[in-house]
Design a binder for this molecule. Sequence first.
Ligand code: NAD
Length: 336
Amino acid sequence: MKIAVFSTKPYDRKFLDRANQRFGHDLVYFEPNLNIETCKLAFGFEAVCVFVHDSLTREVLQLLADNGTHLIALRCAGFNNIDLVAADELGFKILRVPAYSPNGVAEHAVSLMLALNRKIYRSHNRVREGNFSLEGLLGFEMYNKTVGILGTGKIGEILARIMKGFGMNVVAYDVAVNPRCEAMGVKYMGVKELLNQSDIISLHLPLLPDTYHIIDDEAVAQMKDNVMLINTSRGGLIDTPAVIEGLKSGKIGWMGLDVYEEEEGLFFEDLSGRVIQDDVFARLLTFPNVVITGHQAFFTDTALTNIADMTVQNIADFKNDTPRPENIVTAAFKKS
Ligand code: NAD
């Protein structure tokens, strides 16, 4: 079976080739993202294998369906980049990797918290310049503070456990209470109450119509003064101009982002010799109390191994007509 593998970097090839040794799928690698301009590369391929910045709109899906593609193998858990209704109507099977690095993502959220709080990035630069002044490096102790976790699924649960280890008071919001979180003493509450009480807020919700811009002007207004906001989930959870206003007013005292709503075309590329055209992103870079990483929370050797293993397994399962129910994505997800 021929699979057109889009958005591939050398590290993707290395891990996929290694995992594929057991299966022998015909993987053909393409560097560009899948979109309306590039989808013709996949014509004649039974499957496409895609990542977070590939854009599977109705138009793209129609062209793929007309040219023999039946399977979309996601190398990630999120599927907000696929028109699921169109995919269902056109008869696509979509298989994803639902969990590959929950520990890695939770640990990265903690890295952002600590880097911001103790201003590691500033202090590293200063020490390299021979400047050992502590002025401006004041942090706070996380012990006994309150962290609010929005979304206590796989990643949120692990973060809750780590934060408990710091001696923090953990509060959470989720449509479904996670009994393991409750058992470790996490207190569930409404979003407004959580925003009111939390010293640190960390987002671990999927991007769905219900969660889009869950952090907007109104949400920022409800936060404690000088709050720390962390987003390692999806950029669209945050209305960026609203948090920029929050940073300017001092309402938000610290912000750590691994994702950004308009990250496609920026993240995963070396643009160091070019002018950044996105003025909103450029404004974010000017704040001394904002740390941004380029969607790297998942990027561990464990995760790349797990992604590659499950992706080639999903393709084999599709061939054998034995897809794993937990990996199947349908339009029903949009309604959940
Ligand atoms: P998960 O499905 O295990 O957990 C999501 C939680 O959100 C669930 O508990 C669910 O009940 C809750 N939820 C869903 N819709 C909700 C709503 N409308 N309101 C309130 N709660 C709702 O997902 P996960 O594995 O913990 O991942 C969370 C997110 O992290 C993913 O959706 C993905 O966007 C992101 N992620 C980012 C990276 C990265 O590298 N930055 C890597 C992996 C995942």
